[in-house]
Structure formats: structure tokens, C-alpha cells
Write a protein that binds this ligand. Sequence first.
Ligand code: URP
Ligand code: ZN
Ligand code: ZN
Ligand code: ZN
Length: 475
Amino acid sequence: MADFELILRGGTVVTAADTFRADVAIRHGRIVSVGSGLGSADRIIDASGLLVMPGGVDSHVHLAQHAPPGTPQMADGFETGSRSAIAGGTTTVISFAVQPRGASLRESVRDYHTKAEGQSYCDYGFHLIVTDPTPTVLGQELPALVMDGYTSFKVFMTYDDMVLNDRQLLEVFDCARGCGALVMVHCEGYDSIRFMTERLERAGKTAPYYHGASRPQSVEREATHRAISHAELVDVPIMVVHVSGREAMEQIRWARQKGLRIYGETCPQYIALTADDMKGFNMDESGGKYVCSPPPRDHASWEAIWEGIRTGVFQTFSSDHCPFFYEGPDGKQNAKGKTSFRWVPNGIPGVENRMAILFSKGVSEGRISVNEFVALTSTNHARMYGLYPRKGSIAAGFDADIVLWDPNRKEVIRQERMHHAADYTPYEGMEVTGWPVMTLLRGKPVFEEGRILGEVGDGRFLARELSPYATSPGS
Ligand code: URP
Ligand code: ZN
Ligand code: ZN
Ligand code: ZN
């Protein structure tokens, strides 16, 4: 009888705090020992020359999300989205369960479980998107769901089918304060966007490029400031998600300097894409492949985002994977989107490329340390969203969710290599240095050298603890 089921031998272990040479021993899906001369194992994997890092935790992923009737449906459900995740080194995703207006949140959560159960290659949890904060939702459903492990909410300051007004935002913040949930806020101002959209359309400016012009940074900054002010009024921490550039970033920094607990998230699109990508080849529809909200900005914004990453404005680097077909199986998925940017579904795929993009531009190009990389792609997500100390590090007791990473491998991101269901990647042709060689989910190799070894249904639902970054309930 061997001492362990698996030993990863001879690699360089990287955590958010340290980098050191060590073997990692795994039993029953967990890391049981990290060190040297650990003993025997049924299987030894040679990790020499590779980084042994915690599997990515991507706390902002949209899979199988309900789309309003008559609008394009999401390209990825749990099967293809989670397959794409493990192929990129990510072993946990937190997706969203949306409450359609007028519906019960509890029932909506059940629907999302049906879509995910037995369908996922990686572990998963759910944030709750609150679109209709009725007294029943605020007083009964949300507190009960938080107790059941749905310990974070997302609210929107824009989108017709999701937008909350200021009073509703305050009510949800107050509810989160009472039950100890962490609120993620989509900060873009609804009225400003509507005003700009109509003005652009009247001027005949309907190409995808004008999506960016309909929601410039001032629109994001105003909403960020408003969300922060509401959080201050209620005395509750919030997470400002998908920050695109300097304007919103400065608001978060300002709030933190005042002592407010305002956290920040940013995404690959804000260090790898620009508004010019939305021009397509010649202001054509292919620009629609880059439409997301907030939109990609410019090179100065990339630098601002790096400054925010380096100075701790951002805790998490998430994909905001929100995939739609460009053409779709029938070739006309986006027909309406060709009449005006207003109808192009907002969101792009990226769960498979998140880690490689941050590693390449961050670690390989010398902007951040490999430990900061681990914090930004795994550890901080686990900490913020109640998955620590189960996910997010390499140490005895943690789930053996591990990515073996070749820091020197040069690869080119290509759609034909992707494991998602979307029919394009916005990162097509991007050259990266640093690539996942093998992904292990609870000790099981689920991806190796471009091949999926895991099975659909390997992934389990994660009921999450309260976030230590939220308010303690009852305080
Ligand atoms: O454009 C985006 N990001 N769509 C996804 C939904 C959201 O706001 O996160
Ligand atoms: Zn066993
Ligand atoms: Zn959002
Ligand atoms: Zn999103």
C-alpha cells in the first residue's frame, strides 16, 4: 500500500505568499503534505520545470444564464463553459443565478442547479442576481439562501431587465449587511447610457464601435461613485466588478483612502482589448465580437489598470466570461445586432484565457510577481467569496485543485484550440508566454496537454461560507 494516491514531484510550488521547491502529496482529493521525501504514491507526476499553483478560481463567469425572450441565448452552458475553464487552469467557477423580474429567487436558484447538476467539469458556486427586491425577497428569500451557501449577490445599475433604482440598491445593500453577504455591483449609469444610445442612433452611428461611445468612462465613474456613496450610507462593503479604466479605479482608491471597504475586480479585456477592436475591419459587424460592458477602452486605461493591480485597488482578476455566438449554428444568431449596437448582446468569452493573459502580460512581462498572480487568479477569489481554506492555496488540508504551469511556453490563442462553445475568441492571434500543462481537480488530472481527461459531472456544487470581507451578520 502506497502512502499517497499521487505525488507531484520536483516542481516549484507557488502560493500567494511564497515560492519554493517542494513535492505535493495528495490523498482522497486533498493535499496532505507539502515538502520533500514525502513517501510512496500510486502515481508520481514529474513536475520539474513547472510551477505548481492553486487551480484558478474565477469568481465572475456567466454560464447558461437566462436571456430574455427574443434575445440571443448564451453560447456556453455548464458543460462547455466548465470544460473551457479546466483547459485554462481554472478549477472553480462562481456563476450567476438570475432572478427574472416577478419570479421567486429560490425557484430561480433551483433552475440553475438543474442546468449545472452533473454537467460541470469543475467545481462551481452561484452568486444571486437580484432584479426584483420585493419585501419577500429581501426579508425571507435572500437571508435563507445566504444560510444555504449563496453568500454573495450581484446588482446592476443598468440593463432594462436588471437595473435597480437607487432606493432598491440601498435596500439590497441593507439586506446584505443584515445577512453578511458580499454585494458585487455593476456600475454603469442606466439613464446616461439610454440618452447616449438614442443620440448616437439618431446620428446614424449604429456600428458596434458606438457601443463604447454610448458608455464612456464618465458613465462608469458616476455609477461607481453613486454605488460607493450608497454603500457608505448603509455601512456595508461592496465589490465593484469589471472595472475598465482609471476613472472608476480612482473612485475605489479614493473610497479606500477614506477607510471604506470598497473592493475592486478587473478582467482580461481591460488589459488586452481596446475600443478600436470594436471597429472591426472597417467599422463592420465583426466589431461586435468585442462588445462587452463596460467596454474595452484604450492603452492609457491598460496602464491605469496595471497601476490598480500593483497598488492593491483590485483584489480579483476575473474573466467575466459571458459568451455569445458571433454567427451561431444557424449563421444568424446576431441578425438584430447588425441593425444597431444596442442589440448586440453584451459579453465575451474568456474563462479559458484569463490566467494565460494575466500570466503573460503580468508575470512574463515583469509587471507583477508570480505570487501576485496566484492571489489575483485564485487565493483572493477564494477568500472574498467564502471558499477559503478549502480552495485557493497549496497547503495541507486544501482541495487538491492544482494547475501545473509552464512559465516559458509560448503559445498563440486560437479559436480552434478553445474548449468553449462560442464561435470565436476575442483574443484570436494573441501571443502569450506561460501556459497550463495539466489541471487537477481534487487530485484527478482533468486536463493535460490540450486534452480533456475529466468527465462531465466531476464538478461539484460549492455551498460557500460567509465572506470575511462582508459585514458580520448582526453587527
Ligand atoms: O458585457 C458583459 N460584461 N456582460 C456580462 C454581464 C455583466 O454585466 O457582467
Ligand atoms: Zn483513496
Ligand atoms: Zn456586470
Ligand atoms: Zn459579468
